[in-house]
Ligand binder design. Structure first.
Ligand SMILES: NC(=O)c1ccc[n+]([C@@H]2O[C@H](COP(=O)([O-])OP(=O)(O)OC[C@H]3O[C@@H](n4cnc5c(N)ncnc54)[C@H](OP(=O)(O)O)[C@@H]3O)[C@@H](O)[C@H]2O)c1
Length: 290
């Protein structure tokens, strides 16, 4: 058996890499020398290439049986996942564990590009003839808050997701579910919703972080206005991606209390990590530069 891991340095992918680092039957796809260095020591093979390049994709999937497929939300996401997935199917890969996203369920929610692309990609993978396709559908990652660690430690968590409550999920749990599905000896497939253990509003999430940091943390609502768009544009985010994120956050604001997915319990037989676990394990070390 050979497993190909895409985005091995990604938010979820880095934990998939952690779990598979000591196996000789794993191949990691990175784009650059820096990406290869960031991986650190792995027992398996590191291949250089872009998921959007047809020749790179064919080279990456040659001889592979199982694939962890992920890609950031970007203009090239459908092309990248479809190209790699179709090349994989053609090369005889029979199992794909794809990182998707939880669908919105609230009555006021409307289709948005960020979550919508996953249905398009999954449909194309099925049409390409992939026999076993597991689509992981996580809620919002707790790791999204790591870049704001200093602000949180200073007492403020700014975020545009508004008043709803969500099952914020630790990317380590998503990766563990992905690895379990990749390695399972039984046939796999279908959709797996992955959430944290409880639906939290952002003020409640602040309380969980504050309890670990031992100081009050306050939620600051960030409106989805022109200033928000301009700040993203200043960071080099393209108008199309900003539009997609605006649609995503508008749905977060509309959804109310998100339904919890049971993927961690069902696949791993244990409760999901909590926001407090995340704060203690990753947010506090991030403050100290770890
Ligand atoms: N964030 C959330 O709250 C959330 C919630 C639910 C679902 N999701 C889903 O999660 C997915 C993103 O997963 P993630 O956050 O784990 O990934 P990620 O961290 O955004 O992935 C980043 C990695 O993608 C690699 N990459 C980008 N373009 C590439 C290409 N053309 N070829 C090869 N590698 C490429 C980059 O490699 P380099 O280092 O070489 O640039 C980088 O290491 C999205 O589909 C999103 O819808 C996210």
């Amino acid at each position: 058996m050979t497993i190909l891991v895409t985005t091995p340095n990604g938010t979820v992918g880095r934990y998939v890499t952690e779990a598979l680092r000591d196996r000789s039957d794993v191949r990691f796809l990175v784009r650059s020398r820096a990406g290869a260095e960031a991986l650190g020591r792995v027992r398996g093979e590191v291949v250089r290439g872009s998921a959007t390049d047809a020749a790179d994709a064919r080279r990456a999937v040659a001889g592979v049986d199982r694939l962890y497929l992920a890609h950031p939300f970007a203009e090239d996401q459908v092309a990248a996942e479809t190209a790699l997935g179709a090349a994989a199917a053609e090369a005889g890969v029979h199992r794909i564990v794809k990182l998707g996203a939880r669908r919105f369920a609230g009555p006021g929610c409307v289709p948005d590009a960020v979550t919508g692309v996953h249905d398009t990609i999954a449909e194309r993978l099925r049409s390409a003839g992939v026999r076993e396709l597991t689509v992981l559908q996580p809620d919002r990652f707790l790791q999204n808050f790591l870049p704001a660690a200093a602000s949180i430690a200073g007492g403020t968590l700014p975020d545009p997701a508004g008043p709803g409550a969500r099952g914020y999920v630790d990317a380590r749990d998503i990766a563990e579910v992905a690895v379990a599905e990749l390695l399972a000896a039984r046939p796999v497939g279908g959709e797996i919703e992955v959430s944290g253990p409880e639906a939290l509003t952002l003020p409640e999430l602040c309380d969980r972080f504050g309890a670990v940091l031992n100081r009050p943390v306050r939620y600051a609502d960030v409106p989805l206005d022109g200033a928000w768009r301009a700040a993203l544009a200043d960071r080099g985010v393209t108008p199309q991606v900003i539009d997609g994120l605006q649609g995503l956050y508008a749905n977060y604001r509309r959804e109310g209390v998100a339904r919890l997915g049971d993927g961690v319990q069902r696949v791993l037989g244990r409760a999901p990590r909590s926001a407090g676990d995340f704060a203690a394990d990753l947010l506090v070390p991030a403050l100290h530069g770890a």
